[in-house]
Design a protein around this ligand. Sequence first.
Ligand code: PLP
Length: 412
Amino acid sequence: MKQYKELSPPPRTIMTPGPVEVDPRVLRALSYPILGQFDPAFTELMNETMEMLRGLFVTDNQWCYPIDGTSRSGLEAVLVSIIEPGDRVLVPIYGRFGHLLTEIAERCGGEVMTLETEWGTVFDPEQVKEAIREFRPAIVAMVHGETSTGCMQPLREIGHFCREQDVLLVVDAVATIGGVPLYVDDWKLDAVIGGTQKCLSVPSGMAPITYNERIERKILARKSIERGLRAPGDEINSRRISSNYFDLAQLQDYWSPARLNHHTEATSMLYGLREGLRILHQEGLEARFERHRQNGAAIVAGVKAMGLELFGGDEHRLPVVTCIEIPAGIDGESVRSMLLDDFGIEIASSFGPLKGRIWRIGSMGYSSSRKNVLHVLGALEATLIYHGMQLPAGAGVQAALAIYAGKEEVVC
Ligand SMILES: *Cc1c(COP(=O)(O)O)cnc(C)c1O
């Protein structure tokens, strides 16, 4: 039989919008011995994780727990559990992940109306309010931070308007949670989905979610009477949630004190998430936001000092993803390959209309560090000079150093 080499991932500096580098403390937590899912020692870890998630989402919601699967599983679980065939769903789209929400909402049988704005811009809340008045949706689903365009949508005003109009607001906060301010209760967001492999810096494989009683009421109204317990003659609820794995009515029973069995909780991932949240709360939410803001600002300053153009406006920039226009005459993929092969640094390209047009530098979670920022700026400068660009050598790193020395106003 073929002999396979021992697993030995090359050391990397990961400056993409995910997956990002993981704190060694989280990697250690992933390697601890397995506990049974109903062992009180494990139940305690599940409860602590829910508590720490409430702090992360800044909410008093009872329901804060992870879905087992990547972030998209959290989006799908919330949408399939609340959208009934024929429900009107409004999706304002300003990048790739708005299209994902649209696609999932359509598969759930929603009557979906989309609103689009050019990639690189966000919506004036007034535009969204107008569409709500016109279309009268039951649900609005939108993205907080669009990793594809590096833009961030202000949500507070939209959240308050949805509450006034009795519309449910579902938010994809996968890219922002744990790195950028987001206040679930204060902004009146009804359901929010986060991700682990971005600003939380835990490997990909879980999606922390939260939702309030408004969402819970909609879910429970659709609760299936099936759980292998159906008596002869019992009707199946015609409004029943069409997914078993993503049925939040069943999942919340599993996470409730009743611990009704659903799936087998992903033991090691739960250890990892719990440790990631412990690190986050030790750092402090606001201090963590400030670290992400400062490192984002240093990248922006460095990139501008190199004479490169940023994509998208300054006003709605997502502080954890910096999008850069690939200069004319430069092969974007050749630059990315050189960064990876010679410097061990990964940066990202983009999708759809932005494919081949921009690079994206992430600064999320454990990857959002001064060391990594200076490393990527220095390497990018050297690589661009190698590719024939005329740059003021060293200017990018110096501009970032000035941000860290507090000499330069922080713009991000
Ligand atoms: C990364 C990302 C997702 C998808 O996450 P997966 O973990 O790959 O499923 C969804 N929405 C946004 C905004 C993202 O940045």
